[in-house]
Design a protein around this ligand. Structure first.
Ligand code: ZN
Length: 413
C-alpha cells in the first residue's frame, strides 16, 4: 500500500552522515563500540533529533532507548521500528545506523505533515547488537524479548573487566523502565542486506521473510601419533586426514542443499604440530545454516553419518558436540505482506529474501509480528569500513518502512 507521504531522501542521508562523524575512522568507517562515550554521544544526538520531531524519549534498564510519537488511540500498542547504533571496531556507516535513522525519518515525516496515526509510533535503539565489546550479540532486544535474563546479561564483562551494568551507569543510560513485558503491535527493521544478492539482481528492496536456523558444532577427531618415516600408510590413524575429508564433506553438504544452505568449517587445530609426526588429534568447528528447519535437520543427519563413516575408514575416535542451535525465525505473514505491498505500490524492484545475519528483529519476532526491509550495499560488503549504500536505495527502503508502518498503525485494531 502506498501513502501520500514521501520521506526526505537528503535529510535521511545527511543524518546518516552526521551520525557517522561520531567515531569516524580514517578509512571512512565508524568505530563506536557499545556503551562507550561515543555511543553516548550518538544516543544523545538521536534523542535530541527525536524530541525536535515531537517524540518522547524513554530508556529502559538495559539502556534501550525508545522515541515515541503518540497515536490517536493511546491504548493501542505501538508500531515499532529500530535497530542499533553500536558498530564493530572496524565497522561501516550503515549497519544498524540506517535502521535507526530510517525510523527517525519516519518520525520527522509524520511530524512535518502533522499526520496522526491510530496506534503510537516508536523508534527503538537496541543496546549492544554487535556483541563486539560484550558477548553475546543482540543483548538489548534479547532481554526485551525474554530470550536472556536481565541480571545475567548485566553481569557480562568486557575485556577490561567492566560489567555491562557499570558501563550503562557510566554513560548515564541505565534507565528505569522495566525491560520488555509490554505489547508491541508490530516491529519493522530496515537494514542493508550485508550480502550480494540484491545488488547482483538489480533489486532495490529485499522483502525479508525470516532468519535462518543455525547449528554449531565442535568436532574432535582422535587417531594416533606416530613416526612419519616409519609408519606405513596402511597402518596410520591420521586425524588431520580425517579432518580434511570432514571439511570437504561439510562443504559438499552445503553444495547439495544450495541455494539456501550455508556450511562452514571455521577453525582447525591439529596436534602435535610436528612435521614428522602423523597428527593424532584434531579439533574442528562446523556450522550449518538454513532457513528451513527440516532441511537443516537433514544436513545434520548427513553430517553425522558421513563423519562416522570417515572416522571408521581411518580408525579415528569421533566426538561431535552440538554447542548451539538457533531456530529458524519466520517473520509474520501480515508484516511481510505490508512490506511487499509497499514496495510494489512504489514501483521498486523487489524480491523475497532470507536474512543470513543476526538482527534485533529476529528476537523481536518472538514477541511481536515482525518483518524486515533490506536494501543493497556495494559488493555485499559489511562489518567493514568501506561499507557503502546509495542515498536512493536507502530512501526507498525508508519509504517502504513509512508506508508499512502507517498501514499497520491505522489498521482496524
Ligand atoms: Zn546490524
Amino acid at each position: 500500500m502506498k501513502t501520500n507521504l514521501t520521506v526526505n531522501s537528503a535529510r535521511l542521508w545527511d543524518s546518516l552522515m552526521e551520525l557517522a562523524k561520531i567515531g569516524a575512522t580514517a578509512k571512512g568507517g565508524v568505530c563506536r563500540l557499545t556503551l562507550s562515550d561515543l555511543d553516548k554521544k550518538a544516543r544523545d544526538l538521536f534523542s535530541g533529533w527525536c524530541k525536535a520531531a515531537g517524540a518522547t524519549i524513554t530508556v529502559d534498564r538495559m539502556g534501550n532507548v525508545f522515541a515515541r510519537r503518540a497515536g490517536r488511540d493511546a491504548a493501542r500498542p505501538p508500531v515499532m521500528t529500530g535497530s542499533h547504533i553500536d558498530t564493530q571496531p572496524t565497522g561501516g556507516k550503515f549497519d544498524g545506523a540506517y535502521g535507526v535513522m530510517a525510523g527517525l525519518e519516519v518520525l520527522r515525516t509524520l511530524h512535518e505533515t502533522g499526520i496522526e496515526t491510530e496506534a503510537p509510533i516508536e523508534v527503538a535503539v537496541w543496546t549492544n547488537e554487535e556483541g563486539a565489546r560484550f558477548a553475546p550479540a543482540m543483548m538489548g532486544s534479547g532481554v526485551f524479548a525474554g530470550i536472556f535474563k536481565e541480571d545475567e546479561i548485566k553481569a557480562k564483562t568486557d575485556r577490561e573487566g567492566v560489567s555491562l551494568a557499570d558501563a550503562l551507569e557510566s554513560i548515564g543510560y541505565a534507565g528505569e523502565l522495566p525491560v520488555g513485558g509490554r505489547q508491541v503491535g508490530a516491529f519493522f527493521e530496515c537494514h542493508i542486506e550485508q550480502g550480494p544478492i540484491l545488488e547482483a539482481e538489480g533489486k532495490t528492496i529485499g522483502v525479508v521473510t525470516g532468519g535462518q536456523a543455525q547449528r554449531w558444532y565442535e568436532v574432535n577427531l582422535t587417531g594416533q601419533e606416530s613416526h612419519a618415516g616409519t609408519t606405513p600408510m596402511e597402518r596410520r590413524h591420521d586425524a588431520l586426514l580425517g579432518a580434511a575429508r570432514v571439511i570437504d564433506m561439510v562443504n559438499h553438504i552445503g553444495v547439495t542443499h544450495m541455494p539456501a544452505a550455508r556450511a562452514t568449517c571455521g577453525v582447525i587445530e591439529s596436534l602435535p604440530q610436528s612435521r614428522n609426526t602423523v597428527p593424532g588429534r584434531v579439533f574442528l568447528t562446523v556450522e550449518f545454516r538454513h532457513p528451513d528447519e527440516m532441511e537443516l535437520k537433514d544436513m545434520d543427519a548427513t553430517f553425522r553419518a558421513q563423519a562416522a563413516r570417515i572416522a571408521g575408514e581411518i580408525g579415528l575416535a569421533l566426538d561431535i558436540k552440538e554447542i548451539w542451535h538457533f531456530p529458524a525465525t519466520p517473520f509474520h505473514a501480515d508484516c511481510i505482506a505490508a512490506v511487499r505491498a509497499a514496495a510494489q505500490a512504489r514501483g521498486y524492484a523487489h524480491r523475497d529474501i532470507i536474512s543470513g545475519a543476526g538482527h534485533d528483529a529476529l528476537y523481536m519476532a518472538r514477541v511481536a509480528p515482525t518483518a524486515m526491509i533490506f536494501v543493497p550495499c556495494a559488493d555485499g560488503i559489511s562489518h567493514n569500513e568501506i561499507e557503502s549504500a546509495t542515498a536512493d536505495d536507502l530512501a526507498a527502503g525508508c519509504q517502504v518502512l513509512l508506508d508499512a508502518m502507517i498501514r499497520r498503525a491505522n489498521a482496524p485494531g
